[in-house]
Design a protein around this ligand. Structure first.
Ligand code: GLP
Length: 275
């Protein structure tokens, strides 16, 4: 596991976008797993800049989003008229600014009448595309990946999941309040990739910023592997794992000094790609 500690959110975002950009350049038809939340917004901004100023080409890239609220969704032909769906978020923060093809975008359908069938199809579609090359992940305030709330099996697959009070509170503060939506009217369920699904991605980048994430970051990386902090499944992944943190999010790591040392020495010996 590479643990990279950046000075601030801007550096974290540039570094993360750099990893994604290298994947796209080395495999133009790569499959990216994408995340929502406030944390990846800076990464998406930087990817847009790399596309506009550096010609980063998304024309063959396929994407799968981690999750979507259940009961909301958008008409993909008119993404800007929609509600608080994660689909709308993705179009606004990334997709409409880059040259990705509509048919290559996959986001769980929050309006599906049969979630079970849809989830099985989503899993199959990931397999049909050859699996996810690089999965971007944030971490929720209760230590979740995607919407795998505490108690989710670490082998879980894409499914419908009830949201915890803490997640409802966090998401209300980040998104729904601004939109003037009443807390009681927020969706209480979501369709989410499972932990087992996520662990099949060949490479994983987890990002977190701010001291409010320090506790769950430390628990996920250094605590016991537990379904109570589903991001602790990171310790079970067998592929490439990069955790990119700002100083605040890294502040409760017991091994912080060691991780900073390892990053430095790897760079010295040329193991780490230059920013
Ligand atoms: C939601 C999403 C997660 C995300 C989390 C953190 O719960 N389902 O995928 O990691 O929010 O969001 P933020 O980056 O805003 O802290």
């Amino acid at each position: 596991m590479d643990i990279i500690v950046k000075n601030d959110y801007e550096e974290l975002s540039k570094y993360t976008a750099g990893i994604i950009a290298r994947t796209v350049r080395s495999k133009p038809d790569c499959v990216l797993g994408l995340a929502t939340g406030s944390t990846p917004i800076g990464t998406y901004k930087e990817l847009i800049r790399l596309h506009k100023e550096g010609g980063l080409d998304f024309s063959q890239v396929r994407t799968f989003n981690l999750d979507e609220y259940y009961g909301v969704g958008i008409d993909l032909e008119k993404p800007y008229e929609a509600d608080q769906s994660y689909a709308r978020f993705m179009y606004e923060e990334l997709f409409r600014h880059i040259n990705i093809r509509q048919e290559n975008i996959h986001i769980p359908d929050g309006l599906t009448p049969s979630p079970e069938e849809f989830c099985a199809w989503y899993e199959q579609e990931i397999r049909n595309c050859g699996g996810i090359d690089l999965q971007l992940l944030g971490i929720g305030g209760d230590g979740h990946w995607a919407f795998n709330e505490p108690g989710s099996s670490l082998g879980s697959r894409t499914r419908l999941q009830a949201l915890t009070q803490q997640t409802l509170d966090d998401n209300y503060e980040s998104f729904y309040k601004k939109a003037g939506i009443d807390r009681a009217d927020m969706p209480h369920f979501a369709i989410t990739m499972g932990i087992g699904t996520i662990l099949e991605a060949r490479n994983i980048i987890m990002i977190a910023n701010g001291v409010r994430k320090a506790d769950v970051v430390a628990k996920s990386i250094e605590g016991p592997v537990t379904s109570q902090i589903t991001a602790s499944a990171i310790q079970l992944h067998s592929g490439g794992i990069t955790v990119v943190l700002d100083r605040g999010a890294a502040s409760k790591l017991k091994g912080l000094e060691h991780y900073i040392y390892v990053e430095k020495i790897k760079r010295q010996f040329g193991f780490e790609p230059a920013d």
